[in-house]
Design a protein around this ligand. Structure first.
Ligand code: SF4
Ligand code: SF4
Length: 168
């Protein structure tokens, strides 16, 4: 699936949600954001190394379909709806089927246009120098994204949604 397709599908999914499901979506996205903040704090030294020494090599020459899915766009668009127009503009640079630099590098160069605590799952949980010390924090981010994916998959079953919020 191209990023443009996922972006459009995510936009559509958010707009079609009934009000009570929208509240659950907001809560699930806040859970992801809290998990991302914890991971960023735990990985602060490594992230400083990324900034000082590498400047985001892992955002270049990528198979982007392996990085972004519909839940990633739903997450970003729910917490940062004002970024939608800018994201659509970035996606005009997308070259589906080929490896390429991420279209969300500011000005095509970087840094990433997204806030540090509103990043796609793969971006925030991937560390090229090992992640053994971060496994618990990475696990919490992955679990919270899994819940968002499950919510989107079952969005016509509101009873299931309430259970998702209770699982912490
Ligand atoms: S995770 Fe590795 S490749 Fe990515 S920015 Fe950090 S040092 Fe560079
Ligand atoms: S969304 Fe941001 S962190 Fe993720 S690959 Fe693109 S530029 Fe890098």
């Amino acid at each position: 699936m191209s990023l443009t397709y996922c972006f459009k599908k995510a936009t559509h999914s958010i707009h079609r949600l009934p009000l009570d499901s929208r509240e659950v979506l907001d809560a699930l996205c806040r859970q992801i954001q809290a998990a991302e903040r914890n991971l960023n704090a735990a990985a602060a030294l490594r992230l400083q190394g990324c900034l000082d020494n590498c400047r985001g090599l892992c955002c270049r020459n990528l198979h982007l379909e392996a990085v972004f899915g519909i839940p990633d766009f739903v997450y970003i668009l729910t917490l940062e709806p004002t970024m939608a127009a800018g994201m659509a503009e970035c996606l005009r640079r997308e070259e589906p089927l080929f490896t390429s630099n991420c279209p969300f590098l500011k000005g095509g160069v970087g840094p990433c246009i997204f806030p540090p605590d509103v990043r796609p799952e793969v971006c925030i949980t991937s560390f090229c120098r090992g992640d053994a010390a971060l496994k618990a924090d990475i696990g919490r981010v992955k679990k919270s994204f899994w819940k968002l994916g499950f919510f989107l998959w079952t969005r016509k079953l509101p009873g299931v949604h309430r259970l998702l919020l209770k699982t912490g």
